[in-house]
Design a protein around this ligand. Sequence first.
Ligand code: XMP
Length: 325
Amino acid sequence: MGNKRPDDMERITNEALAKAFIDEQIKEIKAQVGDKKVLLALSGGVDSSVVAALLIKAIGKNLVCVHVNHGLLRKGEPEQVIEVFRNQMDANLIYVDAVDRFLDKLAGVSDPEKKRKIIGAEFIRVFEEEARKLEGIEFLAQGTIYPDILESDGVKSHHNVGGLPDDLKFELVEPVKLLFKDEVRVVGKALGLPDKMVYRQPFPGPGLGVRCLGAITRDRLELVRESDAILRDEFAKNGLAGKVWQYFTVVPDFKSVGVGENGRTFAYPVIIRAVNTVDAMTATVENVPFELLQKITERITHEIKGVNRVLFDITPKPVATIEWE
Ligand code: XMP
């Protein structure tokens, strides 16, 4: 398979076409890797999950999935990866709890680009360590999709730098590299992946790390994670989850004064961001109903200790970026 999508390649828009694609890929994967072992960094995002499910169908336990929990994932994500892949699909899954390692490395670092670099470099290091523990790996599977190839200077490749050292340069297996995102989702659905995984909003590689502004602390990171979970829950309950392109919360590194049951409080604010875009290069703000914003504010300030203010970011891109860092 080359890196150019043939002009006559049919767009995968339904289950029948997805099933045909899956059958063809299973044959191709088997032909490429035979009875050799394949390694995959499984984040739980749409692309790596679809690649994992395809490879499990093709080669079963010869696929070794490594899920690195860097502590910057959303609430419930590591558990979901384990439930879906280990428990339901019987995958060969290595779960690496690297939370302390990442948070220790990030302690005191406030520059956004430095934070990104540390997260990226540490991720490669953890993955490399796991790869070295394994024997007989000859292939590396990747969830490269067609826009990654088309826009080699696009968002994903621009943000996510780094790779494995030369002695660990495996031959690549990239079964969805000619597909667009919507096609990957149709294939994921046909592979039996849960909707929660297939229709997930985009999530940056450095995860909640770029939403816990400034130097990451464990207490503020939990505020980001818990407020994000409430926002997602309310968007799902109110029919916005499948409609809004990306929505999340941000916690800055300053406090403000509020008033609670026992008088004055001094606590963190939570910022809500909800945007729509086609290509992430420009974005408009979702017109979230005011009553829903009030409900979310009430939940965040009552259910989470340490938050006394909620703000809604109404800035389009440009002038702001989608993320705050
Ligand atoms: P910005 O903030 O640049 O974000 O307007 C555009 C899109 O890119 C995502 N994003 C990232 N994705 N690694 C990623 O994989 C990153 O470091 C990163 N930073 C931003 C962001 O979530 C949005 O969808």
